[in-house]
Design a protein around this ligand. Structure first.
Ligand SMILES: [Zn+2]
Ligand SMILES: [Zn+2]
Length: 90
């Protein structure tokens, strides 16, 4: 362990020991925030949805669509997000 005199970048808790030598240009987190931080990152990557690059026009309003959350089999009847939500409402 390294003796340090820094504050956690998230909660401001004083940190007197670290398992590594802080480089100074990187924020340092206390062990609690470190754990929470890692947890969040894992959640983020799980939440991240794969998007497919497409080049189609919305069949409702003609808006150009460049990304879809799925790979369209038939691009002749694709709705943009707004039209899709509208069609669900109707
Ligand atoms: Zn903290
Ligand atoms: Zn549309």
């Amino acid at each position: 362990m390294f003796d340090v005199d820094v504050n956690c970048a998230t909660c401001g808790a004083h940190i007197s020991q670290l398992p590594f030598q802080p480089s100074g240009d990187r924020p340092v987190y206390c062990s609690d925030c470190n754990r929470a931080h890692r947890q969040t990152r894992r959640d983020d990557s799980r939440r991240e949805r794969r998007m497919y690059d497409v080049d189609v026009a919305c069949s409702g309003c003609g808006t150009k669509i460049t990304q879809l959350p799925f790979q369209p089999k038939d691009t002749s009847n694709i709705l943009c997000r707004e039209c899709y939500l509208k069609s669900k409402d109707a």
